[in-house]
Design a protein around this ligand. Structure first.
Ligand code: COA
Length: 261
């Protein structure tokens, strides 16, 4: 698995570190990066040995400073529609992964970069991170899912302010508004993300996948249907060998050995 715009490392615990690698352009999302993200996350999701993915940006300055604005110069309405669809589809692939995806936001997460972080299941920011949806300053609006995911995560009022003013929020403010789960020093960011990933990597993979499917349903279907989805997934979990192992291990006062079956 090699990608022209991404770096990929996988450790012995099945924790993958994916790094967007255009530091000279602040990891702006051009077509090559978007294509690679699609290929990479599809490859990782179909690999049973991967337990958790951390997504970050190369360098100390940016996670991703947005869609590549160079591409917007001659973009007409039709191209814009297909570009937004393309970005949304790829970010949906990330959000729909059966293993958890952690955004380790190491600097600017602006525009499409902020939307990319929003598509991840867990967000951790370094103290120098800055989040924003500055598209309004270009005379446009977010097109990679930001108008839908941001209000669901931070609430409609704060999302409206971010989208309509284009102003950036600091890492500490991002923590206050629930945009990130925690804030780390720049040097500790990847170590801290790995620590969260390591906790998840020890759990039963099928239970993790079902849990992701269940909590994602909260955004997608109504409450009653969501409860029914939970019932079905709860039942499926009981059909796994790992559930037998987890319950037995608890009752026998030992650590479970999950196999993914
Ligand atoms: N698209 C394309 N190139 C970008 C980019 C983007 N979204 N963001 C940064 N870059 C490029 C710059 O053009 C510059 O390239 P150059 O060295 O060839 O001139 C390089 O990355 C470094 O950026 P620079 O602007 O010099 O860094 P800075 O520290 O002065 O400012 C930002 C950093 C993030 C504040 C500024 O780059 C910025 O506002 N970027 C655009 C953010 C945005 O509007 N994103 C939403 C797009 S829809």
């Amino acid at each position: 698995m090699a990608y022209s715009s991404l770096l990929l490392e996988v450790d012995e615990r099945g924790i993958a570190l994916v790094t967007i690698n255009r530091p000279d352009k602040l990891n702006a999302l051009n077509r090559a990066v978007i294509d690679d993200l699609e290929d990479c996350f599809q490859d990782l999701d179909s690999d049973d040995d991967i337990r958790c993915v951390i997504l970050t940006g190369a360098g100390h300055k940016a996670f991703a400073a947005g869609a590549d604005i160079q591409m917007f110069r001659d973009m007409g309405e039709e191209d814009a529609v297909s570009f937004a669809r393309r970005g949304q589809n790829v970010f949906n692939i990330i959000e729909q992964c059966t293993m958890p995806v952690i955004a380790a936001v190491n600097g600017f997460a602006l525009g499409g970069g902020c939307e990319l972080a929003l598509a991840c299941h867990i967000r951790i920011a370094s103290e120098n991170a800055q989040f924003g949806q500055p598209e309004i300053n270009l005379g446009i609006l977010p097109g990679f899912g930001g108008t839908q995911r941001l209000p669901r995560i931070v609430g409609p009022g704060i999302a409206a302010e971010m989208i309509l003013t284009g102003e950036r929020v600091s890492a500490s403010r991002a923590f206050e508004i629930g945009l990130v789960n925690r804030v780390s020093s720049p040097d500790a960011l990847i170590k801290d993300a790995r620590a969260v990933a390591a906790v998840i990597a020890e759990k039963a993979p099928l239970a993790i996948a079902y849990a992701i499917e269940a909590f994602r349903a909260a955004d997608e279907i109504n409450f009653e249907e969501g409860l029914e989805r939970e019932v079905q997934l709860f039942g499926r979990a009981f059909g796994t060998q790992d559930a037998v192992e987890g319950v037995s291990a608890f009752l026998e006062k030992r650590k479970p050995k999950f196999t993914g079956a």
